[in-house]
Design a protein around this ligand. Structure first.
Ligand code: NAD
Length: 361
């Protein structure tokens, strides 16, 4: 099969890590008989330099016409770059919001997986970690409190701020369907997280999730309040497979979940729309402090490319081969600087990419 991928290297370490992820995809193509073709798209600071805006209409159209998008990261040193002497909607990160909106990406996927080899970086106790955890948070990305009407006014002479949390049945249903579809590819367990003891939007959330669950009889579903989920993530993360939740709860829980894995350079993510289309990117930023030095960890981006194989191309076996190769490289003791520990072999970005490619079979 041929797959066309819009590649957005972006700024900082973006070009270096995306290059390694493309090498990995090429290697997958060689071994499994697929062809990946790439169209480079400018976004972020590099687009500002060329076109004066962080994302042009043409760039968005190129992304839309592709089968999937692979993104490095955008942005420079905040407060220390010409890219920030402009209105917020013209800064590099505005490109991110524009592309997510332009592509209708409403479901954000953030896996939290503990590699045995990096268990020492996990802040949890060994008895809690046990034989590791492997969960994924499916967060609604375009609704809820962050997108509701808001204003600040004086009420009886007191300054008062109002934010509104709105969810329609349609918005809940489409992200719930995504979560159940993802669960079908995993351990078939969805934990839907809400605050149904307080919020109307959560009660509707729970009702719709239960309706969607009827179409997936093989998937076990349970409901958990968000405050309890925050505790359970650090007390017993092994109980989770797919966590489904709304925008703000997901924002907070996905950062909590990523911290218990220990390293920012290992965390992949995906944002999906209603079709199989998705944008895949590492969870970290453009790390301008280490750009151009061949020391950035490319694994988060490589694992994001593996997510692309699973969720956009349905190539589960190929995605598995990438994950196994990453695990093998770590097991053999190779580390980039951010995950380096005593007795291990330090390698740069390019070498890490090569080592992973060599182990894809
Ligand atoms: P960051 O994630 O870029 O960096 C935080 C720290 O982690 C830095 O010390 C960095 O060197 C390190 N780090 C990050 N990724 C790494 C990797 N792959 N390997 C090794 N070390 C890594 O966050 P920040 O410093 O707050 O932001 C830098 C820029 O990135 C800002 O302009 C910010 O707006 C932007 N940003 C972009 C995205 C995105 O494109 N999706 C996300 C977050 C931040």
């Amino acid at each position: 099969m041929n797959y066309s991928i819009a590649v957005i290297p972006g700024d900082g370490i973006g070009p270096e890590i995306v290059r390694e992820a493309c090498h990995v995809l090429d290697r997958v193509g060689e071994v499994y008989g697929h062809q990946f073709s790439y169209t480079e798209v400018d976004m972020g600071g590099c687009s500002i330099d060329k076109y004066g805006v962080p994302l042009t209409d043409e760039a968005l159209e190129t992304a839309r016409k592709s089968d999937a998008v692979l993104l490095g990261a955008v942005g420079g040193k905040v407060g220390n770059s010409r890219w920030y002497d402009v209105a917020p909607n013209l800064r590099p990160e505005a490109g991110l919001l524009a592309i997510r909106k332009g592509l209708g990406l409403f479901a954000n996927l953030r896996p939290a997986y503990l590699f045995d080899e990096l268990a020492s970086a996990c802040p949890l106790k060994p008895e809690i970690i046990g034989d590791g955890f492997d969960l994924i948070i499916v967060r609604e990305l375009t609704g809820g409190l962050y997108f509701g009407a808001r204003h600040t006014e004086k009420v009886d002479g007191v300054e008062t701020a109002v934010d509104t949390l709105t969810y329609s049945e349609k918005e809940i249903r489409r992200v719930a369907v995504k979560a159940f579809e993802i669960a079908m590819k995993r351990k078939k367990h969805v934990t839907s997280v809400d605050k149904a003891n307080v919020l109307d939007s959560s009660r509707l959330w729970r009702k719709v999730v239960n309706e969607v669950a009827k179409d997936y009889p093989e998937v076990t579903v349970d409901h958990m309040l968000v405050d309890n989920t925050a505790m359970q993530l650090v007390m017993n993360p092994r109980q989770f497979d797919v966590i489904l939740t709304e925008n703000m709860f997901g924002d907070i829980l996905s950062d909590e979940a990523s911290m218990i894995t220990g390293s920012i350079g290992m965390l992949s993510s995906a944002s999906l729309n209603e079709s199989r289309f998705g944008l895949y990117e590492p969870s970290h930023g453009s790390a301008p402090d280490i750009a151009g030095q061949d020391i950035a960890n490319p694994i988060a981006t490589i694992l994001s490319a593996a997510m692309m194989l699973t969720y956009s191309f349905d190539l589960d076996r190929e995605a598995q081969a990438v994950q196994v190769a990453v695990k093998q490289v770590l097991a053999e003791g190779y580390r980039t600087a951010d995950i380096m520990s005593e007795g291990k072999t330090k390698v740069g970005t390019v070498k890490m990419g090569e080592l992973i490619c060599e182990r894809i079979r």
